[in-house]
Design a protein around this ligand. Structure first.
Ligand code: SF4
Length: 498
């Protein structure tokens, strides 16, 4: 899918504790591996034992940092962040890590996810006289942690007190001058893994946290485990210390990581995302077989399920669409004429392979439908005689509130049209989506959020946050704690009663 018609992961997070190593460069390469999770801005904050320095800016990792920038960030502990900014928040202030002070201590926070009650919390903090510089929920989290740390006199207590009040899907890494903290929401919606750097002749062992295992691989760290939902980990000269910030709740890993967001070479619960997507293609072939001459995938995430689909039906698999891998995000706006060519900025059909053939085109999802329509048209223009569209996820019918940039429900084609209507809109000869049951069969273990397919939300969405986001006639189901059970107040907290 193209940028304009796809779901976006909001961010990628990386952190490293590694005295004796160049932590700024390790973080740079960790972010490089996580670039697919956000291309709007990038930043690194480094602690050197005395203070924390940060460099961040709008742009890709390779655009934001020069060799000299990294050399100017000496230290032994660091966090990094890549961000996909929503349209209202493309400012430098919204770029992360978010730097703030707690008394004399400087901290920098890197956050992946969305806090659904950030408006309430921001209002309460402002009433307490705490100023804000941006409209991001990451600043709300940073200010809340600061507030409770000052109250309790202890940063880990401050994080735990903040976790008891923030709601949503989040994975965060926070650095101070001499320690790295990593923590994750109690449902485990957003991912965060822990890795280890083995000791060398020059450096003692080190620790890494990251949104995905591909970022461990690039810096030579070995996977240890996931940060458990609701856990806080502290990495410092005292080694690794772990404690529970909030009790674990019903597990609700974002299943869209498996469909599309995560890099195929990243691993979860012992399986690569490539293998899971391949299995989705096989399952889809069982659920919606079709006779054809060639199966193609929409690059990149449609390729593994297309291979699985072709394998299962004994059909040829090949390339039918070529992707310009260097498009990413550009700050140079295309001319109107180029913009009207839409998806061709990123994809082009390969007539050599598709002309005169009945094609099965496999893609990860359909959001608005305009991209699928353009690709189907492109394949027909290249000479395909039939185009059958197969999607390796169920229909995206509901908006996401946990860190993914989805439109309001009225912009989701599946919320507004039935299957036949969508088929007609995109101009396909046939169309089928993987079932929810089929998808769940292709991923390891249980415990997933499937809200964007089912409307069953693991964390209740405050009406103020979801107002205007649902279409008439759609009533979401709350699977989690009700708002009445969640600790909301900020004022009056002390070290004793926290
Ligand atoms: S609603 Fe969908 S995209 Fe959002 S966290 Fe749940 S599964 Fe992921």
């Amino acid at each position: 899918m193209t940028e304009a018609d796809t779901l976006h992961e909001e961010c990628g997070v990386f952190g490293v504790w590694a005295p004796g190593r160049d932590v700024a460069r390790l973080t740079y390469f960790g972010l490089f591996a996580l670039q697919h999770r956000g291309q709007e801005s990038a930043g690194i904050a480094v602690g050197d034992g005395a203070t924390v320095l940060v460099r961040k800016d709008l742009g890709l990792v390779s655009q934001v940092f020069s060799d000299a920038d990294l050399s100017a960030l000496p230290g032994h502990v660091a966090v990094g962040h890549v961000r996909y900014g929503t349209s209202g928040a493309k400012s430098w202030e919204a770029a992360q890590p978010h730097l703030s002070t707690i008394g004399e201590v400087i901290v920098a926070l890197a956050h992946n996810g969305t806090l659904v009650n950030s408006d309430d919390l921001r209002r309460q903090l402002i009433e307490l006289g705490i100023p804000f510089r941006s409209n991001t929920d990451s600043e709300v989290a940073a200010k809340l942690i600061g507030y409770f740390t000052e109250k309790t006199g202890h940063l880990r207590e401050g994080i735990a007190a903040a976790m008891r009040r923030i709601e949503g899907g989040y994975a965060m890494a926070l650095v101070r001058e001499n320690a790295l903290y990593a923590f994750r929401d109690p449902n485990g919606i957003r991912p965060l893994v822990l890795g280890k750097l083995e000791a060398t002749e020059e450096a003692s062992e080190g620790w890494v946290v990251a949104s995905e295992t591909c970022a461990l691989d690039i810096v030579g760290a070995t996977f240890v485990r996931e940060i458990t939902p609701g856990e806080i980990i502290r990495l410092s000269d005292d080694g690794i210390v772990t404690c529970r910030g909030v009790p674990q709740r019903m597990p609700a890993n974002c299943i869209f990581e498996h469909v599309y967001f995560a890099r195929p070479d990243s691993v979860k619960d012992g399986s690569s995302f490539y293998a899971m997507r391949y299995a989705m293609g096989r399952r889809l072939a069982h659920e919606a077989p079709v006779d054809a001459d060639l199966v193609i995938g929409v690059p990149d995430s449609g390729m593994p399920p297309a291979e699985g689909f072709a394998h299962e039906l004994g059909l040829p698999f090949g390339e039918g669409l070529i992707k310009n891998r260097y498009v990413a995000r550009t700050f140079i706006q295309p001319t109107q004429e180029l913009r009207s060519r839409g998806v061709r900025m990123k994809l082009n059909a390969l007539p050599d392979n598709v002309a005169g053939k009945r094609i099965v085109m496999v893609d990860d999802s359909i959001v608005r439908g305009t991209t699928s329509m353009q690709i189907v048209r492109m394949l027909r223009d290249a000479g395909a005689t039939e185009v059958h569209v197969r999607i390796n996820s169920p229909e995206v019918t509901w908006p996401c509130f946990y860190g993914i940039d989805t439109d309001t429900q009225d912009q989701l084609i599946s919320a507004n049209m039935d299957l036949e209507g969508i088929r007609e809109f995109i101009g396909a000869d046939s169309l089928a989506f993987l079932s929810v049951e089929g998808l769940l069969n292709c991923v390891p273990m249980n415990g997933y959020c499937t809200a964007c397919f089912t409307g069953e939300y693991p964390v209740e969405i405050p009406a103020s946050f979801s107002s205007g986001k649902f279409c008439e006639g759609y009533t979401p189901r709350n699977l989690g704690l009700s708002r009445a059970d969640i600790k909301m107040g900020i004022g009056g907290i002390t070290a004793e009663n926290n």
